[in-house]
Write a protein that binds this ligand. Structure first.
Ligand SMILES: [Zn+2]
Length: 388
């Protein structure tokens, strides 16, 4: 086959696989057998070592596949198979059917990030045909969109699946710019439980709204302290770790002593600051307030991932920049699984097709040319990293 017809064939394969993936409404927090079967049908072929790694939920799995020598360290290409819901969004097309209009392919997850996943899978026959001196691993996680809940189970299983990986490319949408870092995040909900009663005598109940309000002010003061005292990292905007109260709910009527109040907040931290440590300060304050007022307290972590610090060795990012013709970007405002790979000792760079500005919105799309650019970048990157 000549180069042009091979290019057309792999492009058509990527579009077909993308259509299959978009056709599955793989919402996070739900069983994912259908999307796992779809990935398996592309990966279960001679020469591919294919594994699924079940999460503790029992009904959803990560997918991990390796091509090339088993006994040598290699590189991971990483994506997630879940997509955010479409409820409340006004789509011009069926979000769960890939719809072509000109160069654009519309559908939920086209950019975030089934387009990248489709590119990895479409290249499997080419990876198999390459003379790989190092393995290439294809990793697809579940439940990324609700706080990177799935990938941790796959990362924990890595030592049994392959040699220590030399690097990881997380294909979140970055317009194929290699991205070095992002902030970490933790979101949590705090619920105070008091005692209801008639408002005519507030002494007869325990008002749960007051402690929620007190904790809100603790959050505000802690956020102000971080802004003034740092630590700071000028690579981010803002350059400090931030904290915000996002949702507050409580009470039923003005003449009932409110027995329940719930506060949801998030913290976003620069590299070197643990979101878990900041959240622990909030939790300690909540426990103090609850104990002082003899209230019930429930704490629920909603999502958490660590920051991705810039890599010590910029080699992988430089290679991606050279091969994509796109500049290295210092940081992005969104979070990814790259922070978790990094925390497990795998140097990680974010680099994927499409723009993050289209993600999570109505009429999400990717273009055929973006898929084509991603295919050629992955082909050349794997060839440089793993051959010879
Ligand atoms: Zn994503």
């Amino acid at each position: 086959m000549d180069a042009i017809s091979q290019e057309t064939t792999v492009g058509a394969a990527a579009t077909r696989i993308l259509a299959d993936l978009v056709g599955i409404a793989s919402l996070p927090g739900t069983p994912n057998a259908e999307v796992t079967d779809c990935l398996a049908s592309e990966l279960a072929r001679p020469g591919v070592r294919f594994t699924t790694i079940k999460g503790p939920e029992g009904d959803r799995t990560n997918v991990f596949a390796s091509i090339g020598p088993a006994d040598r360290p290699g590189y991971i290409l990483s994506g997630h198979s879940d997509v955010v819901p479409v409820a409340g969004q006004d789509w011009a097309t069926d979000p769960f059917r890939l719809t072509a209009q000109g160069d654009r392919l519309y559908g939920r997850g086209t950019t975030d990030m089934k387009g990248f996943v489709a590119c990895m899978l479409a290249l499997v026959p080419e990876f198999l045909a390459m003379d790989l001196a190092r393995p290439v691993h294809i990793a697809v996680s579940y439940d990324e969109e609700i706080g990177c809940r799935g990938v941790g189970h796959m990362i924990a299983a890595l030592p049994g699946l392959c040699g220590p990986p030399m690097g990881c490319i997380v294909g979140e949408p970055s317009d194929l710019h290699p991205v070095l870092s992002h902030k970490g995040k933790l979101a949590a909900a705090v619920q105070f439980t008091g005692r209801p009663g008639h408002s005519s005598d507030p002494r007869l109940g325990l008002n749960a709204i007051y402690p929620a309000a007190e904790l809100t002010l603790v959050l505000r003061d802690l956020a102000a302290q971080l802004e003034v005292e740092g630590p700071f990292d000028p690579q981010f905007s803002p350059a400090w770790s931030t904290l915000q109260a996002g949702v507050i709910q409580g009470g039923q009527a003005v003449n009932i002593i409110p027995a329940l109040a719930r506060l949801e907040f998030e913290v976003r931290t620069i590299p070197g600051v643990s979101p878990v440590d900041i959240a622990a300060l909030v939790r300690a304050a909540a426990e103090r307030i609850a104990a002082d007022q003899r209230l019930g307290l429930a704490w629920e972590e909603l999502s958490s991932y660590p920051a991705l610090p810039p890599p010590e060795d910029p080699g992988l990012a430089s290679l991606l920049s050279r091969l994509s013709g796109r500049a290295v970007q210092q940081s992005v405002s969104y979070g990814t699984e790259a922070g978790l790979f990094h925390a497990a000792g795998v140097p990680s760079v974010i680099c994927g097709p499409g723009s993050i500005t289209r993600a999570h919105r109505a009429d999400e799309f990717i273009t055929k040319s973006e898929l084509g650019d991603c295919l050629s970048l992955l082909r050349r990157t794997v060839s440089e990293l793993c051959c010879g």
